[in-house]
Design a protein around this ligand. Structure first.
Ligand code: ADP
Ligand code: ASP
Ligand code: MG
Length: 403
């Protein structure tokens, strides 16, 4: 008998018919003699709808109350799925995050899982029940409800799999696995049979929402093999693991991220310590900076341009204004017109020329590059948002042969 963790995202439980479909997948797994822990997200667009409801009442709602509100989406899903499983004649118990033992940090709306104490889940399993757990939520040291950030249910599932040493962790979604690009946008996208943690982590961080990046980080840390597959078809999915068989693909995925802001400080003094002051302060406030560019300005000054997630644009501007050398300086923020497009693949580490191929693909589409950043396994460019889809298609066509 194996212990299997199965996670179902919002589209997999979007309506009554889909909930019954999930109940059938779960009970089939149970009927084969396995212990089954199921993690679910809020139905369909519930989380977005709840955010809109909050805005109608208070544009600046506190993060504590947002967590109270948003966690309700998952509460609905676990109850409905438990009812569906019961209807099929199987023993079942639904649990909220805190009941399932999720302790998190205190940071509301983007809490981190500190510990999972699966005692209650174990008790329920020992009673031969299927356990349905609300994803995306936990409780902090003040006994307040927290949520893990958008897409956080994936992380809930991997955390349970890690804490309970599950034999399998399956993430069911609305596509058949991880593809070389978003299969809804790029029609020649190819399903990958396997991908490494490192590649998946880059893809997830750079915009492929199929897995939440924290879930991949956690899977790598605890060596949980994750299978991404469809709840709607019964096709084999993609395995996310430490090493994969060598394939001849230099680039394993192309992604875009439109949740980006480009910020420029013009004419800062050309003296030591400026970059330290800017990026030290941003780091202290937990703001992650991505591409950084420094150029020489006029009259012994320099211009510093960098990107942050657009969710952090407002806070970043406030912090920059508070620095001791920025009064009177021009600080620009564009969080509407830029996008980051990236190519990811472990193969590029040992193959020169990948960047050149990518830049040629953009040139042939007449797409201008504003900023570039590279690491061993990825190349990202910042471009005009209106060119993003064309850029993804062109880069994909340059690297991934049509099947
Ligand atoms: P869920 O509700 O199951 O959590 P998400 O909407 O969070 O599902 O993630 C699945 C979606 O991710 C797919 O519908 C697909 O459009 C998108 N996606 C983006 N990039 C990729 C990729 N490289 N491979 C697969 N899906 C991708
Ligand atoms: N319901 C949450 C969201 O929409 C969590 C998740 O789907 O994983 O972000
Ligand atoms: Mg998701």
């Amino acid at each position: 008998m194996a212990l299997i963790v199965q996670k179902f995202g919002g589209s997999s439980v979007a309506n009554a018919e889909r909930v019954m479909n999930v109940a059938r997948i779960v009970t089939e797994t149970y009927a084969q003699g396995n212990d089954v822990v199921v993690v679910v997200s809020a139905q369909g667009d519930t989380t977005d709808d709840l955010i809109e409801k909050a805005k109608e009442i208070n544009e600046k709602a506190t993060k504590r109350e947002m967590d109270m509100l948003l966690s309700a989406g998952e509460q609905i899903s676990i109850a409905l799925l438990a009812m569906a499983i019961d209807k099929l004649g199987y023993p079942v118990c639904s649990l909220l995050g805190w009941q399932a033992g999720f302790s998190t940090s205190s940071r509301h709306t983007s809490a981190r899982i500190k510990k999972v104490n699966p005692e209650r889940i174990r008790q329920e399993l020992s009673q031969k029940r299927i356990v349905v757990v609300a994803g995306f939520q936990g409780i902090n040291k003040y006994d307040d409800i927290t949520t893990l950030g958008r897409g956080g249910s994936d992380t809930s599932a991997v955390a349970i799999a890690a804490a309970m040493h599950a034999d399998k962790c399956q993430i069911f979604t609305d596509v058949e696995g991880v593809y070389t690009a978003d299969p809804r946008k790029v029609k020649n996208a190819v399903k990958l049979s396997e991908i490494t943690y490192d590649e998946m982590l880059e893809l997830a961080t750079l915009g492929a929402q199929v897995l939440n990046n924290r879930s991949v980080e956690m899977a790598k840390k605890y060596n949980v093999v994750v299978e991404v597959l469809s709840s709607l078809t019964r096709a084999p999915g993609t395995l996310v693991k430490e090493t994969v068989k060598m394939e001849k693909m230099l680039v394993r995925g192309v992604t875009k991220d439109t949740n980006v802001a480009r910020i420029s400080i013009i004419g800062v003094p050309n003296v030591p310590g400026i970059a330290y002051k800017i990026f030290g302060k941003l780091a202290a406030e937990n703001i992650n900076v991505d591409i950084i560019l420094q150029s020489v300005g006029r009259n012994d000054t320099k211009d510093i341009t960098f990107t942050v997630s657009s969710d952090h644009a407002e806070d970043t501007m406030r912090i920059l204004r508070e620095l001791d050398f920025t009064s009177g300086l021009q600080i620009d923020c564009d969080d509407q017109n830029v996008a980051k497009v990236s190519a990811v693949g472990a193969g590029m580490e040992t193959h020169p020329g990948v960047a050149a191929t990518m830049f040629r693909a953009l040139f042939e589409e007449d797409i201008n590059i504003q900023m570039i950043s590279t690491s061993e396994i990825k190349i990202s460019v910042l471009i005009d948002k209106k060119d993003a889809d064309a850029a993804v298609a062109a880069i994909h066509a340059a690297f991934i042969p049509e099947e």
